[in-house]
Design a protein around this ligand. Sequence first.
Ligand code: ZN
Ligand code: ZN
Length: 191
Amino acid sequence: MNFDDAVTFHGHACPGLAIGYRVATLALKELGVRSRDEELLAIVENNSCAVDAIQFMCGCTFGKGNLIFKDFGKQVYTFIRRPHPDALRIAVKWEPPSDDPETEAMWKRYAEGDRSKQVTAMVQDRKARRMKSVLEADDSELFAVKRIRLEIPEPARIYKSLACAACGETVMEPRTREVGGQVVCIPCSEK
Ligand SMILES: [Zn+2]
Ligand SMILES: [Zn+2]
């Protein structure tokens, strides 16, 4: 698996994906094999492009339940290999190289909605440079890495299904709500 494979999975090449690729590569090196089942668990603190590289490279996926999303808006990724409580915490500290005044002006025009050929080309070029810089940097320039101990989240569980009293659709038990003595799904409970 190389960066191009991750690009195919993600749909485009971008600096965020490059960061995720570097995070995943480091995690796999430090913790060992790719997660075939649920033994490798990733806790991600954002839902950016980077997470796609982690899902693809590490086999930690939303559907398998070994990808946990905490909506903290932070570039922090924590990996645990069950059953060991030792976790690897990777915080991204990389700062993109600062732009020259010309690029900065172009970027401002882009942000204001200018999609002219000249501006778009400059923005693409800036993206490519940032991506290259992420892919070529040393781990120590990109990340602050810590070994920590964590409570291990339980493996994905299988829950009983119930029929919502309002819409009749099936819903797993821990996500049901009681409204007026009836068991309903969340969307119905909010109506
Ligand atoms: Zn992307
Ligand atoms: Zn319902």
